[in-house]
Design a protein around this ligand. Sequence first.
Ligand code: GDP
Length: 337
Amino acid sequence: HMMFDQLSSAISEVAKNFGPKRRISEKSIQSALRQVRRALLDADVNVDVADTLVEGVRARSLGSEILDGVTADQQFIKAMYDELLDLMGGDSTLSPLASQQAKSVPAATLAVGTPENPAVILLAGLQGAGKTTAGAKLALYLKEREVNYDMVDKDLDSAKMLASRLPTRNRNVLLVAADVYRPAAIQQLEILGKSIGIEVFSKGTEADPVDIVTEAIAKAKAEGFDTVIVDTAGRQVIDVDLMNELKNIKKVSNPSETLLIVDAMTGQEAASLTAAFNDAVGLTGAILTKMDGDSRGGAAVSVRGVSGKPIKFIGIGEKVADLEPFYPDRMASRILG
Ligand code: GDP
């Protein structure tokens, strides 16, 4: 896997230096953590996030009891794993070991709507981040029937618990083209919608986005859609007028989710952008796109630490099926190589 190659090789190099010793000393961790910090910064992780991570690893490595048969390098990797998991919003009580993929739990759920009261999901973002594509991807994801292979052969309690936290699928989705400033965006959404069998509501470029969304929700209620995904106007930069428009759309639509679509290739910039949008309009989370092209990992590691908001989904390609829920434990495992 190309993802995070630099970061993971740097960390495994550091871990190797501890070797099969039985104890991590104050002195040996000092230089290891310097190297990890440098690797994190090279991967474009936000500096405050890197410092938090390094301090956490130090505390865990020095403080923890050494278990029988656990070597210093394993202990160091475990400390890195736990810190990454905490940082990205994972539940370490559910994922005691990196290898226990079967217990993977996504970072977040999406509220489930009903035809009487459809769940509204607003998508915001800078132009080119992949917002329109993400709208179609999310619609397809939510439309698909759930096949949760993770739950097969697992005990009933954890299966039930997982089911309660997974974004429920098999939904009846209406996509709404409210980006009236870019005519191509409406057309793009209509073409994508057609290709995945999802109805797209649009009123062209002359209508007011607030009216479009109001009408779309009325249509959803009248016709039995339980989920409404709104593609709002893309921005070139953070722009007061468009932020106000987003706030007005929020007011009339009472969304259960306001998700920022951010490009993973922009590294820690993706994290500051999430914080800025959250301050301006209030977000429930982010969709991190273009993870397939990001070999560093700075965005994935930084978004939650900087903005306080979880990554809910990741885009992993240009195709409409290339979306998956964000699993902090899987991501932590990948980062550790
Ligand atoms: P918008 O301006 O934010 O609506 O962006 P678009 O949805 O039009 O996407 C911009 C470009 O990014 C398009 O060429 C998409 O195919 C591409 N894109 C979107 N998501 C991904 C992704 O997860 N991976 C890759 N490789 N490309 C993506």
